[in-house]
Design a protein around this ligand. Structure first.
Ligand SMILES: CC(C)(COP(=O)(O)OP(=O)(O)OC[C@H]1O[C@@H](n2cnc3c(N)ncnc32)[C@H](O)[C@@H]1OP(=O)(O)O)[C@@H](O)C(=O)NCCC(=O)NCCS
Length: 161
């Protein structure tokens, strides 16, 4: 397994994998927008270059927001997600960022266990954040504090709204 930057040519495959993993998946256009804005978009690939996983994180001032992360079912529990998180933590530390933030569905126990094991801490619960066919689901907000020394400007991948 190795990690590299995501390229535009990867997007159809990445979006196809995402569509099998998330109830409200990102489209190719959404991944493309993040790439264009300079987000930290990473690919986990196998020895023959096959796609095993991906992650996308965006820098907002001096905080990283992990926007999406997925690992192909056939390659689960082999440390792939941990490696993508370590890669992001290393990158964020290199830039002197303050923290990594993310939100996860309350029912997503594999992901919650992963983040807890990596040292992410509970921040708060955003009630009813995810819309479901039958009602809604809470989002759990987690934070990974970093030493953070430099303030970053929002730059090309800052807030869009
Ligand atoms: C959650 C997900 C990313 C984990 O990927 P993974 O590569 O299997 O995770 P890792 O092998 O790096 O696991 C690291 C640790 O996370 C925890 N973990 C991962 N999957 C777990 C599961 N199914 N049940 C319980 N703990 C789990 C374990 O602590 C694991 O360490 P261990 O294997 O030594 O016990 C993967 O299941 C996935 O892609 N799920 C669908 C998409 C998703 O939920 N993304 C996150 C959105 S916030």
């Amino acid at each position: 397994m190795k990690i590299r930057s995501m390229l535009a040519a990867d997007l159809p495959q990445v979006a196809a994998l995402e569509a099998t993993l998330h109830p409200t998946p990102w489209s190719v256009a959404l991944f493309d927008e993040e790439l264009t804005l300079g987000a930290f978009c990473r690919i986990l690939e196998g020895a023959s270059g096959e796609l095993l996983g991906y992650s996308v994180a965006r820098l907002l001032v001096d905080e990283w927001h992990l926007l999406t992360l997925g690992i192909a079912p056939a390659c689960r529990r082999q440390g792939g997600a941990k490696r993508l998180l370590d890669d992001l933590i290393h990158h964020a530390n290199t830039l002197g960022s303050q923290a990594i933030l993310l939100e996860v569905r309350a029912s997503n126990l594999p992901a919650r266990t992963l983040y807890q094991d990596k040292g992410f801490q509970f921040l708060y619960t955003r009630r009813g954040y995810y819309r479901l066919d039958s009602g809604s689901e809470d989002a759990i907000l987690l934070i990974y504090p970093l030493p953070g020394t430099t303030g970053q400007s929002s730059g090309p991948n800052g807030p869009r709204g």
